[in-house]
Write a protein that binds this ligand. Structure first.
Ligand SMILES: [Zn+2]
Length: 130
């Protein structure tokens, strides 16, 4: 029987559960009984995917310019790239929500990118005092 990994938001942790076949509804969380578990395909590949998506978006000048200029085609393109077949995390939903309200959180997107790329690029070396 295959083991699937789920994310339980009330518990704020990953739970591994057995699941029979392609059942449409996930089993409840064994810790809190939450039945709204989100399927995790692979934490590793998911991070890689998002990083790649951000890299892709930010390296696409046409798309980033479109976002800066509130081009609706850029939003469509963004959504298309962000959905990518996997569910987005809450912070991405927030970004998408803001974009739907007509905001373009480019800074937030770039912050996310820094998170994925690691700290080195994000903070200037002169700022540290160790
Ligand atoms: Zn739980």
């Amino acid at each position: 029987m295959p083991i699937y990994e789920y994310w339980c938001s009330p518990c704020q942790k990953k739970v591994s559960l057995y699941q029979r076949g392609f059942s449409s509804s996930p089993p409840p969380c064994p810790h809190c009984g939450n039945s709204q578990l989100k399927r995790i395909f692979s934490t590793f590949s998911m991070h890689k995917t998002y990083k790649d998506v951000y890299e892709d978006i930010l390296s696409d000048r046409e798309l980033t310019q479109g976002m800066v200029h509130n081009d609706p085609r850029a939003l469509i393109e963004w959504n298309k790239r962000m959905s990518g077949g996997e569910e987005a995390g809450p912070e991405y939903e927030e970004i998408t929500e803001r974009m739907e309200r007509g905001e373009w959180p480019v800074e937030q997107i770039q912050e996310k990118r820094k998170e994925f790329l690691g700290e080195e690029e994000a903070k200037p070396k002169s700022a540290t005092s160790e």
